[in-house]
Design a protein around this ligand. Structure first.
Ligand code: ATP
Length: 348
């Protein structure tokens, strides 16, 4: 168990800036998720913490000590990557106990600890199988067991669930979260999947273009996205972003006019699909139904407004025919306002 601090951490590949002055403190036992689109610098951050890359500038502290010059094998951390890289010629038991063999732990203790780790991920009945005889989910569990067998100070996980099918991913997500809390080992987890980030993290760090966009608990980020990038990245489907202009307390956009409590200027209004209802009286937005999808517990209606679509989550029995004219009412207390030019959240 350990804290992790990244101080002004930078990484360039030639003239390309992959990470630009990252500052981040991770608490002991925290489950921190680095979230962002492909190429934003997530894996680079992870590789720097692991010691697989050298920083171009800045410091990495683990447990309060600077580790910049400490080689990867001496940093006392365990990694689980997307490609779980099990040794094909070894059994499940041998794969799991391999880090202990490297650490010269005596054989009887190795076997006991490998069995314990396997039991934690419900693989103790398959210790004599080889990786080729396992399903993808089972191989993933072996990789996890191999990471936890040593109780390292830190877990680094880079998209560890992305090779699994959707159903198994959901199951493994819950197991991983439970296991991390049980072990209380500080964990840095990289994903581009916002649902995974929301469900797993104590705290999320959202990266884009080598820079942190926002840090906070999943609930904070969901409720108050710092800019339009975060607003459009979190949520399923994500927040609707409607550009327009505010003048004298009235917001005018392609689908209508409505009263708002924000200052004059070029404004992008954000509203989550679940904060929109169908209106049969006066509406904030007028448009035509583009598509209507029954999701089981609700219907997702996409409404064409000008040249964009606004998504609304409405009742399961409120599905509508394509091209029907429709009015939408927005929940006033749940509106978000962003400056169109900077993309930043407006405080009022
Ligand atoms: P993904 O989800 O696609 O893995 P990521 O956020 O993890 O994306 P990184 O692997 O951190 O992205 O890469 C960040 C940027 O740095 C990318 O634009 C990538 O092309 C670049 N990059 C990474 N490694 C190198 C390298 N060894 N040489 C040159 N450029 C690199």
């Amino acid at each position: 168990m350990a804290t992790v601090e990244l101080k002004n951490l930078r990484k360039n590949f030639g003239s390309f800036v992959a990470l630009e002055g990252l500052n981040l403190s991770i608490e002991d036992g925290e489950f921190l998720v680095l979230l962002g689109p492909s190429g934003c610098g997530k894996s680079t951050t992870m590789r720097l913490v692991a010691g697989l890359e050298d920083p171009s500038g800045g410091d990495i502290l683990i447990g309060g000590s600077r580790v910049n010059e400490i080689p990867a094998r001496d940093r006392d951390l365990a990694m689980v990557f997307q490609n779980y890289a099990l040794y094909p010629h070894m059994t499940v038991g041998e794969n799991i106990s391999y880090p202990l063999k490297i650490a010269r732990v005596p054989k009887t203790e190795r076997l006991r600890r490998a069995k314990d780790a396997a039991a934690k991920v419900e693989m103790d009945h398959l210790l004599t199988r080889r990786p080729a005889e396992l399903s993808g989910g089972q191989r993933q569990r072996v990789a996890l067991a191999r990471a936890i067998v040593r109780t390292p100070r830190l877990f680094l996980m880079d998209e560890p669930l992305s090779n699994l099918d959707a159903k198994l991913r959901t199951v493994m997500r819950a197991e991983l979260k439970h296991l991390q809390k049980e072990l209380s080992t500080t964990t840095i987890y990289v994903t581009h999947d916002q649902v995974e980030a929301m469900t797993l993290a104590d705290r999320i760090v959202i990266l884009n273009n080598a820079v942190i966009q926002q840090m906070g608990t999943p609930a904070e980020i969901y409720a108050r996205p710092a800019n339009t990038f975060v607003a459009g990245f979190i949520g399923s489907p994500p927040m609707n972003l409607i550009s327009g202009a505010v003048s004298g307390g009235m917001f005018t956009h392609k689908g209508g006019t409505m009263q708002v409590g924000t200052a004059d200027g070029a404004v992008t209004l954000g509203v989550r699909p679940e904060d929109i209802a169908l209106s049969h009286g006066d509406a904030d937005i007028m448009g035509k139904v583009y598509s209507s999808e029954l999701l089981g517990d609700c219907t997702l209606v996409n409404v064409r407004v000008g040249d964009s679509l606004v998504a609304a989550k409405v009742g399961a029995d409120e599905g509508m025919e394509m091209d029907t004219p429709v009015g939408l009412k927005l929940r006033q207390e749940r509106l978000h306002f962003f400056d169109t030019d900077s993309g930043n959240r407006r405080e009022t």
